[in-house]
Write a protein of this length. Structure first.
Length: 293
């Protein structure tokens, strides 16, 4: 009966451990996707802002050039009308009788045309200036919206990075069982995910059962010989490079260190959880592997 209870407890523990790992893996996947999207979004918004600014500047420059050309054409037309009006008035002054009346009438018509032309030019210039101001205002509004969006996105990126930095800052540095100062160690799945995000070492999670048969973890093999949940201690054998090393009575969250031929830095096994017949933790290996001198 007791064995059945232990078996049920172990199965429940395995289910809980798997659920926790899946949840953590999902959280890290979402975090990685969110970070990627945020960085992509910032790049897109910066690009759009630059394009809008360039297009708006070009549009305003073209409108100013057109306004300048229109002003020159109107000025030339007004000059011609003024010259024609002056000639008509001179002709009227030199003419007598009915012809003089007609000449004055023609001069009045020219004066009215000149006044209408001037008024039309003033209205057109005012309209063009309003259009330029409105386009500039619209462009500034769009740029302000983009800048606000970029700022918000960068804030989200900074917040995500800050959370990761806070988690990393909480990680401990301890001396391993071989007297070598360990890298930061993780005591749970969230901290291990933060270590992975740093990219300083390779990490291999494991859930090893007590057995006489070696079980593969990364590039090594491990035999779980003893587990003591009450004292939080365990004993394992490590098989690497055709050698067997026994690590006796190690404690939970203690870096169990050993060397392999292909690395100058030690490999580390960290056990985060001990049950009656199981060890849950991870193996950390150096990123750069080479022969030790």
């Amino acid at each position: 009966m007791e064995n059945n209870d232990l078996s049920a407890t172990h199965e429940e523990h395995q289910r809980n451990a798997r659920s926790m790992k899946l949840g953590l893996a999902g959280m890290m996947a979402v975090l990685a996707i969110a970070n990627g999207y945020l960085f992509w979004r910032v790049h897109q918004l910066d690009t759009r802002a630059a394009e809008w600014q360039a297009a708006t500047s070009q549009q305003i420059a073209e409108m100013r050039e057109n306004a300048s050309l229109n002003d020159a054409a109107h000025a030339k037309n007004l000059a011609a009308l003024q010259a024609e009006l002056a000639a008509a008035r001179q002709e009227a002054a030199q003419t007598a009788g009915h012809a003089k009346v007609e000449a004055l009438k023609h001069a009045d018509q020219l004066a009215q045309r000149l006044a209408d032309e001037q008024q039309q030019q003033e209205q057109q210039v005012a309209s063009e200036l309003n259009a330029v101001k409105q386009d500039a205002s619209t462009a500034n509004s769009k740029l302000a919206d983009v800048s606000s969006d970029v700022a918000a996105t960068k804030t989200d990126v900074a917040s995500t990075k800050s959370k990761l930095d806070d988690t990393v800052a909480d990680l401990k540095r301890v001396r391993g069982d071989m007297g070598v100062m360990s890298d930061r160690i993780a005591t749970n799945g969230t901290e291990l995910s933060a270590l992975r995000a740093l990219g300083e070492r390779n990490y291999f999670e494991f859930d090893l059962s007590k057995s006489k048969t070696p079980q593969k973890v990364g590039g090594i093999q491990v035999v779980v010989k003893k587990t003591d949940p009450k004292r939080s201690r365990f004993t394992i054998e490590i098989l690497a490079d055709d050698r067997t090393v026994e690590k006796r009575d190690r404690t939970i969250n203690e870096p169990v260190q050993f060397y392999v031929n292909k690395a100058r830095q030690p490999f580390e096994i960290v056990v985060n959880e001990i049950t009656k017949d199981h060890l849950v933790g991870y193996l950390a290996t150096p990123k750069v592997e080479m022969a030790r001198r």
